[in-house]
Every structure is written in structure tokens, then in C-alpha cells.
Design a protein around this ligand. Structure first.
Ligand code: FES
Length: 193
């Protein structure tokens, strides 16, 4: 015995499905994809750095972080100019004035000789140590270390420092990527102010 209600219900549902299938759309079109434009606008709004972005190391993490370039990169507050305004040029040291100093790397547990025209980060890396860095231009604090013996400038000079304040250097902090020894000292690598 055929259930008439079921037949009517089935036919009704079928008609509804067919009607929906042939119904015209509303004419709605998806909006154009503007994600690329938005990304480009955002990229244009972010200050660029003038050093290669690190691949697998974070920039900064300390007080200064990534430093924008542009207009001289105003990393130091007005009126807080570093003592080392110009830095120095290690290549200007004549051969007969090259001197070597004993630098103890406390965490690495070794003391090595570094010349006054060799930067500490380079020589440490030549030893095979995985020392932190990002810009290698004195513009962030990723490579910072702390000299245990006193104010940093008693033991090193910076070729270029745009990231450390005088107070930081008084506390013994230096940027190993641009620091050259002028005396023997003990260094704690991976220490940021
Ligand atoms: S790695 Fe950026 S200041 Fe040394």
C-alpha cells in the first residue's frame, strides 16, 4: 500500500530542489582580491632596515631591538650622544701597530688572542662558537656581550655603535660585531643590556 503522504512529500521536495537548481542567482560577484594591495601598503608603511634581515636569529630582544635606517637612524635619544661619535677604522691601524690581547670567553670556557684590528664576533666564530648576531653593523643589540672587568670602553673600541647608550657601556656592554680589543678582558657573550 503506497503511502500517499510520502509520495506528495517526496514530489514536493523534488520540485523544490529542481526550482533551486534553475533559479537565477542574485547577481552577486565576489569583491576583487585586494590582499596584495593591502600587503604592499603595509610594507610601505614599515621603516626599512639597511641591513639584511636575519634568517634564523631574532633581531634585538634587548632594549634597542631592530633599528630603522633613514635619517641617520636616531637610535640614541637626543642629548644622549655616545662617547664614540665616529667610531674608528680598524683598517687604518698600520701593520707595525697591530697588537694582540687576551680575551677570555667566559661561557665558552676559553681564552683566545684577538688583534686590535679584528672584531670579537669574527674571531669567536672562527673558533667555531655559535655566537648571536643579526645586523653585524652595530645597529641592533643581538651580538651584545658584557665585559666583566669594568666599563666596556676601557677594554674595547667600537668601529660603529648605533645601539648602545653610554650607560650600557659603563656597565660593560659592547657590540661584539663591531668591537675591537684595546686590553685583556673577560667577556660574557649573549648578554644584552
Ligand atoms: S649584530 Fe647587530 S649590533 Fe652586532
Amino acid at each position: 500500500m503506497v503511502d500517499l503522504t510520502s509520495v506528495v512529500l517526496g514530489a514536493g521536495l523534488t520540485l523544490i530542489v529542481v526550482a533551486i537548481h534553475y533559479a537565477k542567482g542574485t547577481g552577486w560577484e565576489p569583491a576583487a582580491d585586494i590582499s596584495q594591495d593591502v600587503l604592499e601598503q603595509r610594507a610601505a608603511a614599515v621603516p626599512e632596515t639597511d641591513f639584511p634581515e636575519p634568517m634564523n636569529r631574532s633581531i634585538g630582544g634587548g632594549a634597542a631591538g631592530a633599528i630603522p635606517s633613514g635619517e641617520g637612524g636616531a637610535e640614541l635619544e637626543e642629548g644622549e650622544e655616545s662617547e664614540e661619535e665616529e667610531g674608528f677604522d680598524p683598517e687604518s691601524i698600520p701593520e707595525d701597530e697591530v697588537e694582540y690581547y687576551e680575551v677570555e670567553f667566559a661561557k665558552e670556557g676559553e681564552t683566545i688572542e684577538i688583534a686590535n684590528n679584528e672584531n670579537i664576533l669574527d674571531v669567536g666564530e672562527e673558533e667555531g662558537w655559535d655566537l648571536p648576531y643579526a645586523c653585524r653593523q652595530g645597529q641592533c643589540v643581538s651580538c651584545a656581550g658584557q665585559i666583566q672587568d669594568g666599563p666596556a670602553l676601557d677594554y674595547i673600541q667600537h668601529e660603529h655603535n648605533e645601539a648602545l647608550f653610554d650607560d650600557d657601556m659603563e656597565d660593560g656592554y659592547c657590540l661584539t660585531c663591531v668591537a675591537y680589543p684595546v686590553d685583556d678582558f673577560t667577556l660574557e657573550t649573549g648578554e644584552q643590556p
